[in-house]
Write a protein that binds this ligand. Structure first.
Ligand code: F6R
Length: 603
């Protein structure tokens, strides 16, 4: 949510910032803006709407300069409008600020400043930062930023420029991501790697309460005591092309198609070499009497799948909690609990809060994260990384699939350590997991059926997803994926629950997607299918064990053979393609669905 890009160097800052902001569009935004350092003033252009509107406004204005900050805003305080867009300036036009996060005490600060005669022009919480910075400014920007940071309550990643300090950018963060990139021609601040990947793969991750001062040839880091700190850069292995559409109409389709490689790389990282393998091998599961998995959205759904796999293989009790619930429920966890946090971004506010809550109760934390150096990756006791590369589409696909395989591999290793499976069983299960990339590849080689089927589904008002056991877990993800990008109402239910209420919603114009990979439950789910058909529904049946005659009410998408435990990885592919093609046929903005942000960094 919100994106920040800043540049100080020898090149023209405007195109670098605009291009960087485009790479952050996936984070979700409703307006954008930039400020370029001029000799006597800041050139500020702000515009409600898409970046194209900002570009149109920039056209013909001849703004040039080699230092600047830019921002994409996802409105929280104050409607999307030109005036509420960032950067914000203090009333003396001396300090310019871009902000990602929420300032919880902005009202108190604003009241105080207004009493001193300072006039605010926007409705945002962020403007207070520029105003108070100007108010505190004593000729030393570092001093000022420390003082401002100490006055702020809430979360922030900030890019700051001061008219009195030419060719200088300041960056500071607390509970929101901010990275510093260094290149030969200049240095950068950004909310995420794709924004600067074209220019550099050498990146410093700012920790909370660290400040970076960037100039053309140098970056210096300080803590809030104004002491210099030494930081080591990370080298990002993602290629610049991985953040491009590469000829696909949408990032989502590109990312769906990348899954065979992502699965292969992620599996490889966990069973052949490196840190993932060591962690999976070394976590001593016998120390724990329960596992709690907590996450949001699709990552939560991966946790629901994992509950079935862990319980089946390890015979250990597993609870799955939405992070937004876990953080406030006074959860019963202690040092004998392993809390697993799942997050693509590693920056989801609720998941971070859940992690800190678990740690405060002495639980051991293990995270599954995609973004290197993110808050969750850094703060958990153990972190294993999905090898999904940058995921740009708001709707997660490849990161979800990578999370699933890491969870399966964790479950297998834990089960083996707990003596619940033999050496041979372990080897067989791992061997089967290694067949997943090929099976996924086969599904992706033949998308015509699902594409045609989805084209006929754009008129449905409601689509229900049903399954039993692990098929129910993946039905949750199918339903989430569909509703977020196609805006068709959908719900997922355990098949057995239909008759306890939801079946009253089934009528003539209803589609029910039934998933069937659990052999022992196939007849049960087929009874549910009969029940909904007799009430006028049409059914899309997805799975590897349907038997018997299909008819004009049932369309069937077969999945490759395999054990039910890993079948969610295959169902997921068909469900992702189904959602994608429904949304594509509706002509929707698939990569940036309305109201959604890729990285939900505020509560
Ligand atoms: C759905 C989706 C979201 C995320 C959720 C958690 O397609 O992408 O539901 O899964 O916002 O995000 P992370 O995994 O970054 O914590």
């Amino acid at each position: 949510m919100c994106g920040i890009v800043g540049y100080v160097g020898s090149e023209d800052a405007v195109p670098i910032i605009v291009e960087g902001l485009k790479k952050l569009e996936y984070r979700g935004y409703d307006s954008s803006g930039l400020a370029i350092y001029g000799k006597n003033n800041f050139n500020v252009i702000k515009q409600k709407g898409r970046l194209a509107a900002l570009e149109a406004k920039l056209e013909g204005r001849c703004i040039s300069g080699t230092t600047g900050i830019g921002h994409t805003r996802w409105a929280t305080h104050g409607e999307p409008s030109d005036i509420n867009s960032h950067p914000h300036l203090g009333s003396k036009n001396k300090i310019a600020v871009v902000h990602n996060g929420i300032i919880e005490n902005y009202k108190q600060l604003k009241d105080r400043l207004e009493k001193k005669g300072i006039r605010f022009v926007s409705e945002t919480d962020s403007e207070v930062i520029a105003q108070i910075a100007e108010h505190y400014y004593n000729g030393d920007l570092l001093d000022t930023v420390i003082r401002v940071s100490n006055a702020l309550e809430g979360s922030y990643a900030l890019g700051i420029m001061c008219l009195d300090e030419p060719d200088t950018l300041l960056a500071v963060k607390k509970d929101n991501p901010l990275i510093i990139g260094v290149s030969d021609h200049g240095n950068f601040i950004a909310s995420d790697v794709p924004a600067i990947l074209k220019h550099t793969n050498k990146v410093y991750y700012l920790n909370d309460k660290e400040i970076a001062i960037l100039q053309k040839g140098c970056v210096d880091f300080f803590n809030f005591e104004k002491e210099p700190i030494k930081k080591t850069p990370e080298i990002i292995t993602w290629s610049p092309e991985s953040a491009e559409k590469d000829g696909y109409p949408h990032f989502m389709l590109k990312e769906i198609m990348e899954q065979p490689k992502v699965l292969k790389d992620t599996i490889h990282s966990a069973i052949h070499s490196g840190e993932n393998k060591n962690i999976i091998k070394n976590v001593n599961i016998s120390c724990f009497n329960k596992i709690v998995i907590t996450a949001c959205g699709s990552a939560y759904n991966a946790g629901v799948v994992a509950k079935y796999v862990f319980e089946k293989l390890c015979r250990l009790s597993v609870e799955v909690e939405l992070a937004s619930e876990f953080r406030y429920k006074d959860a019963i966890v202690d040092k004998q609990t392993l809390v697993i946090l799942i997050s693509q971004s590693g920056e989801t506010a609720d998941t971070i809060a859940a992690m800190r809550e678990a740690k405060s109760k002495n639980a051991v934390t293990l995270s599954i994260v995609n973004v290197l150096g993110s808050t969750i990756a850094k703060e958990t006791d153990f972190c294993i990384y999905t090898a999904a590369g940058p995921e740009i589409a708001v709707a997660t696909t490849k990161a979800f699939s990578a999370q699933l395989v890491l969870l399966y591999l964790l479950a297998i290793n834990f089960a083996h350590k707990l003596n619940k499976i033999s050496d041979e069983q372990k080897d067989e299960l791992i061997e089967e997991i290694q067949t997943l990339p090929e099976k996924v590849s086969a599904l992706l080689d033949d998308v015509k059926n699902i594409q045609h089927y989805a084209a006929d589904c754009i008129g449905y008002k409601s689509i229900f997803f049903i399954g039993r056991n692990i098929d129910y877990a993946i039905a949750l993800e199918g339903s989430l994926k569909l509703k977020e990008i196609s805006y068709i109402h959908s719900e997922a239910y355990a098949g057995g629950e239909l008759k306890h209420g939801p079946i009253s919603l089934v009528e003539e114009n209803t589609l029910v997607v039934a998933i069937s990979n659990c052999k022992h439950l196939h007849n049960k789910i087929m009874s549910n299918v009969e029940q909904v058909i007799s009430r006028g529904a049409k059914v899309l049946l997805i799975g590897n064990c349907p038997q018997g005659e299909m008819n004009d009410k049932i369309s069937f998408m077969p999945l490759p053979e395999g054990s039910e435990l890993f079948s969610p990885s295959l169902s997921a592919i068909v469900l992702q393609l189904f959602s994608y093609y429904v949304a594509a046929n509706k002509g929707l903005d698939i990569d940036k669905p309305r109201n959604l942000a890729k990285s939900v960094t505020v509560e």
